[in-house]
Ligand binder design. Structure first.
Ligand code: SF4
Length: 381
C-alpha cells in the first residue's frame, strides 16, 4: 500500500523511457542527456518510505518531523499534506511533544541534545537516520575516545554536520572543528605549521568549533571526517593538506600519532558525482541543468562539478524554467548560507541543435526530474 503511494507520488514514465533509451531523449533539435546516477538515494528513499508508513501506522496520533526530512520542497510539502507537522516551524516547538506523539528523525539525523529532549518526552521515535551518516558518527566517536579532535569537512549550519559535531562531544574531552572548504583547511594547516597567529585562527573559526576549543592543544592530534554529501575531490585534497601539515610539524614517523582519516563520503553521493563527471567527459553539452533544493549540499556540489566545464543552472523545481527567455536559478558559484536566487535572461540558445545535460541531487524524486525534462524539450521547440 505504502510502496504503491510512493510510486504514484514520485514515479515518472518519461524517466523510465529515458533510462531504457541509454539515458537520452531526442526531441526535434534538442537532445537531453541524463546522468546515469541521479535523484533519490537509498537513504532518502528509506526516510520518505518510513515517513509514509508512520502516518499510516498511527492515524490517530500527532506525527511530527523534527525538520525537513530531506532538502526537497516538494517532498516536504507532500508530507505536510498528509498531516505530518514540522517541529522546525515557528509555530511549533520540541517542548510541546508529549508521550502520545510520534516524532520522525530525518535522514541526516539530529544532535544528541535534541534526541535527549525528545526521548525524555516519552514520545514514540521513528529514526530514519541514514546508515552512511551513522558510519560517520561511529568514526567521530572513536576519534573522541582515542583523544583525536574531529576535523569535519562540512557546512556549519547543515543539520547533518551539527549532528556529527555533537557526536564528537561524546566524551568529556571530545573536540571538533568544522572546515567548509580547501581555503579554510589551508588556514588550519597554516596554524599547525606555525604560519598563522592564534588570533587570526580564533577569529576565523568563531562558531565553527567546540565551545572550549583551544588550537594550542586541540590541533595536536586530529581525525578527518566529512559531511556525507561534500565534494569528494575537495575532501581528499583537505585530507592531503592536513596530512602534509602534520608531517611538516611532527615528522613522517609520527604521522599516525597526529592524523587519522576515513572516507566518509557516502557511496550515493560519490556515484552521482562520478556520473555527472562521466556525462561531461562523454557528451558534448551546450548547457546543463541540475535539479534539487537550494539548501541541498549534494545538489550544489553536482552543480559545481558541472560548472567547471559547461554553463550550468541549478534550479529547485520545474517552475524555475519560466520561459525560453528567462529562468530562475542558484549560481553554482554561490557560497555561504544565504541563498539568493538569480534571474537569468536569454539562457536557451534559440537556433541549431542543442545538447543539454541533466542531473538531480539525492533528494529529488523522478517525477520532478521528468517534469523538468518535459519543460526543457517544450521550451527548446
Ligand atoms: S545522500 Fe548519502 S548519507 Fe545522505 S541520505 Fe542519501 S545515502 Fe544517506
Amino acid at each position: 500500500m505504502v510502496a504503491g503511494e510512493l510510486a504514484r507520488d514520485y514515479h515518472s514514465d518519461l524517466i523510465e523511457t529515458i533510462r531504457n533509451n541509454d539515458f537520452t531523449l531526442q526531441d526535434g533539435r534538442v537532445s537531453i542527456h541524463l546522468a546515469e546516477e541521479f535523484g533519490f538515494c537509498y537513504g532518502v528513499d528509506r526516510a520518505v518510505d518510513y515517513a509514509y508508513q508512520t502516518r499510516k501506522k498511527f492515524p490517530e496520533r500527532t506525527v511530527y518531523l523534527t525538520g525537513e526530512i530531506i532538502h526537497n520542497p516538494h517532498v516536504n510539502e507532500r508530507l505536510r499534506s498528509v498531516g505530518i507537522r514540522f517541529l522546525s516551524d515557528p509555530t511549533e516547538s520540541t517542548n510541546q511533544v508529549t508521550s502520545d506523539d510520534v516524532v520522525i528523525l530525518p535522514a541526516f539525523g539530529v544532535t544528541i541534545r535534541e534526541l535527549e529532549r525528545l526521548t525524555s518526552s516519552g514520545c514514540t521515535l521513528v529514526d530514519t537516520t541514514c546508515g552512511s551518516v551513522l558510519n560517520v558518527w561511529k568514526n567521530v566517536r572513536q576519534y573522541a575516545r582515542d583523544g583525536y579532535t574531529a576535523v569535519i569537512h562540512g557546512k556549519v549550519k547543515h543539520e547533518e554536520t551539527q549532528a556529527t559535531a555533537s557526536q564528537a562531544r561524546v566524551t568529556d574531552n571530545g573536540r571538533y572543528i568544522i572546515v567548509l572548504n580547501r581555503a579554510e583547511a589551508a588556514l588550519l594547516c597554516d596554524y599547525i605549521t606555525g604560519n598563522k597567529s592564534l588570533d587570526t585562527f580564533q577569529s576565523h573559526f568563531v562558531g565553527a568549533c567546540s565551545p572550549d576549543f583551544d588550537p594550542r592543544h586541540d590541533l595536536i592530534r586530529v581525525g578527518l571526517a566529512n559531511q556525507t554529501t561534500m565534494l569528494m575531490s575537495e575532501s581528499l585534497e583537505i585530507g592531503q593538506l592536513i596530512r602534509g601539515a602534520m608531517i611538516t610539524r611532527y615528522g613522517k614517523q609520527a604521522l599516525g600519532e597526529h592524523f587519522q582519516a576515513f572516507d566518509t563520503i557516502c557511496s550515493a553521493t560519490q556515484d552521482r558525482q562520478d556520473a555527472i563527471q562521466g556525462l561531461l567527459d562523454n557528451a558534448s553539452l551546450d548547457l546543463a541543468v541540475i535539479i534539487g533544493g537550494y539548501n541541498s549540499s549534494n545538489t550544489r556540489n553536482l552543480a559545481k562539478i558541472c560548472a567547471r566545464k559547461v554553463t550550468t543552472y541549478h534550479i529547485a523545481e520545474p517552475a524555475c524554467l519560466t520561459s525560453a527567455i528567462e529562468l530562475r536559478h542558484l549560481p553554482p558559484t554561490a557560497t555561504g548560507g544565504t541563498i539568493v536566487e538569480h534571474v537569468e535572461r536569454n539562457w536557451l540558445p534559440d537556433t541549431g541543435p542543442l545538447s543539454i545535460g541533466v542531473s538531480a541531487g539525492a533528494s529529488t524524486p523522478d517525477n520532478i526530474v521528468g517534469e523538468v525534462i518535459s519543460r526543457l524539450a517544450e521550451l527548446a521547440k
